[in-house]
Write a protein that binds this ligand. Structure first.
Ligand code: ZN
Length: 134
């Protein structure tokens, strides 16, 4: 497990959130992307070496819609960069963590991703992400 790759924030309305975070960082999102498998619209901001991902649900079945319904808007997950997501999933499983998707899936921003259930990480949804070689 390496550095924090980004922090994900669940928002109700990505256009108004984009406007707020553009003001906050003084620069617009460098990328916006729809992830059909998660039913989310995402946008990414850079602040120095740090990245923030905003996520808006595309429908009521989206995990982001369910999150906002339960907890409201706010920090949704912390993503850590990994070199070998398959090895890391196996390692974490053997350590007793609950891996939500044991087969990594294609996430936003050209990444293979997997999530750890917050039940096994003191209430924090952890994302593992590995850059897909271009
Ligand atoms: Zn993320």
């Amino acid at each position: 497990m390496q550095k924090i790759e980004h922090i994900g924030i669940a928002v109700k309305d990505i256009s108004s959130a984009n406007a707020i975070y553009t003001k906050l960082f003084g620069t617009p999102p460098y990328k916006t992307e729809t992830v059909e498998s998660e039913a989310v619209i995402t946008s990414f901001f850079k602040s120095g070496p740090n990245k923030i991902e905003l996520l808006q649900a595309m429908n009521d079945e989206s995990p982001i819609a369910k999150f906002i319904e339960k907890k409201g808007e706010g920090i949704h997950h912390i993503a850590f960069a990994v070199d070998d997501i398959f090895a890391e999933i196996n390692r974490l499983k053997s350590e007793g963590f609950i891996v939500l998707n044991e087969t990594p899936k294609k996430g936003a921003d050209n990444k293979l991703i997997a999530f750890l259930h917050p039940k096994s990480t003191n209430g924090v949804l952890i994302e593992l992400c590995q850059e897909i070689a271009q």
